[in-house]
Design a binder for this molecule. Structure first.
Ligand code: LLP
Length: 442
């Protein structure tokens, strides 16, 4: 049994997180229930920031809010002095409603709409990460009309793709994101942006992938980018203020995963950039990063009630829980692996290997294959670890299953931060045939 953060087994023999008994949590808030260990999120955030401070490098650690966005989560990111990466008007709206300081918001996305760009400009957000030429033109046009300046980063694709364990170096990276560094697009974009009276090009951004276990890919990307920046410094005289190397730092979902400590990713990246820059006429830029998963992933646990079971003789035993791909689509979508225990009796000895099925009407709705567990049955409570990133944020209403509630626990206190969806919520946007016909006529 591998426990994360403040998790432990209390005197009642139950899994507890943040000093709160998980069984009491489900009695109060029901299941499925997302539980976040707030202290662990704080620890992760402070770890990233401290490493930069110790290295004496001006930096921004921007939380990639796509991993889990909610008003309370954004407030927590603010309390910890993080910046924020948003990729849509919805994520931006959440940040604004959380009163997040807009100058620390970075706006990403490969297809920002005119409305989204106006919204970002209305709120004077910190910077827009420009992704392609059509956005560059559109933003320039909008800023000219509004007579408003904006800071931008140019997102580049350095021709490196991280496939978790290994890296593929491609000539022309086939990606929908960013300006290609190798084929000259990035340089053209920089020249074009530098001509604008309204756009201030802070520097470059790249993001090479997610759930990455080594630093090799980040170092390769830094080398490619600084090589180009050096040559542009000679040809155009451009000195970047910022180099944003994205997110993607891996976490431990199961014992098969072996991520580096966050500090090691940061240290190795910073030292590489310092060494590379030292060989050029460039000044050391600020280093920005954008962790999502590594800030919130292992701080999240999902609690489910065990329901029915099915034995397929000589094949396997299925145990079904009261959620599934509607609250965590990652196993179905990416074959993502998770570990789990029984929260109501975590210390009981393992007796059998079972596979955990969801309740959705789809054979692929399996949460965990081949999980060693004590003999479990109806009424037991399953705690699936490490569901904090891209779990709730990718949840959905397949089969019209209401999305779960989310609770923050810290220092023995539980705080409901997202209410459970109700059946009324589920139909709240539906229009009856009669109403729909009338609306159409208007
Ligand atoms: N910055 C950019 C520009 C990104 O595209 C992403 C993630 C991040 C930062 C944060 O990456 P992280 O530190 O969380 O790995 N739904 C997938 C993950 C998609 C990641 C998309 N971009 C999953 O559930 O694994």
């Amino acid at each position: 049994m591998h426990l994360y953060g403040t998790s432990g087994v209390n005197e009642r023999g139950h899994l507890e997180i943040g000093g709160v008994d998980t069984i009491e949590l489900i009695e109060q808030f029901g299941t499925p229930l997302y539980v976040y260990d707030v202290e662990l999120i704080r620890e992760r955030a402070r770890g990233f920031k401290r490493t930069f401070e110790e290295l004496g490098i001006p930096a921004q650690v921007a939380y990639a809010s796509k991993a889990f966005s909610s008003i309370a989560m954004i407030q927590l990111a603010d309390q910890e002095g993080l910046s924020l990466d948003v990729v849509s008007a919805g994520e931006l709206y959440t940040a604004i409603k959380a009163d997040f300081p807009t100058e620390r918001i970075h706006f990403h996305g490969n297809n920002k709409s005119e409305e989204e760009l106006h919204m970002a400009l209305d709120h004077k957000i910190g910077c827009i990460v420009v992704d392609n030429f059509s956005e560059l033109v559109l933003l320039e046009e909008i800023c000219t009309n509004r007579e408003q300046k904006v800071k931008i980063l140019l997102r580049v694709t350095p021709g490196i793709e991280a496939h978790t364990h290994d890296y593929i170096l491609t000539g022309q990276e086939d990606s929908k994101f960013g300006f290609d560094l190798i084929n000259g697009q990035a340089e053209d974009a920089l020249r074009q942006a530098l001509q604008s009276e309204w756009l201030e090009v802070l520097g470059l951004h790249c993001h090479i992938g997610s759930q990455i276990f080594q630093t090799t890919g980040f170092l390769l990307a830094a080398r490619k980018i600084i090589g180009k920046l050096d040559s542009w410094h000679g040809s155009i005289g451009y000195q970047p203020k910022v180099l944003n190397l994205g997110g993607g730092f891996g976490i431990r979902y199961t014992q098969e995963d072996d991520p580096l400590p966050a500090s090691q990713y940061v240290e190795e990246i910073v030292r590489e950039v310092q060494n590379l820059v030292a060989d050029t006429d460039l000044q050391m830029p600020e280093i920005w990063i954008e962790p999502g998963r590594s800030l919130v992933g292992d701080a999240g646990v999902t609690l489910y009630k065990v329901g029915s079971e099915k034995q397929v003789p000589n094949v396997r035993k299925y145990i079904a829980v009261d959620g599934g791909m509607s609250d965590n689509i990652r196993p179905a979508l990416y074959e993502a692996k998770y570990d789990a225990i029984l929260a109501n009796r975590p210390l009981d000895p393992v007796e059998e290997t079972v596979s955990i099925a969801g309740k959705c009407c789809e054979s692929g709705d399996m949460l965990i294959w081949d999980l060693p567990l004590p003999k479990a049955g109806r009424g037991d409570v399953l705690a699936v670890f490490c569901t904090g990133a891209y779990g709730y944020s990718m949840s959905n209403n397949y089969n019209r299953i209401p999305r779960p509630a989310v609770v923050f626990v810290e220092n023995g206190e539980a705080r409901l931060v997202i209410k459970r969806e109700t059946f009324e919520d589920l139909i709240s946007l539906d229009l009856a045939l009669q109403e729909a016909a009338v609306t159409n006529k208007e």
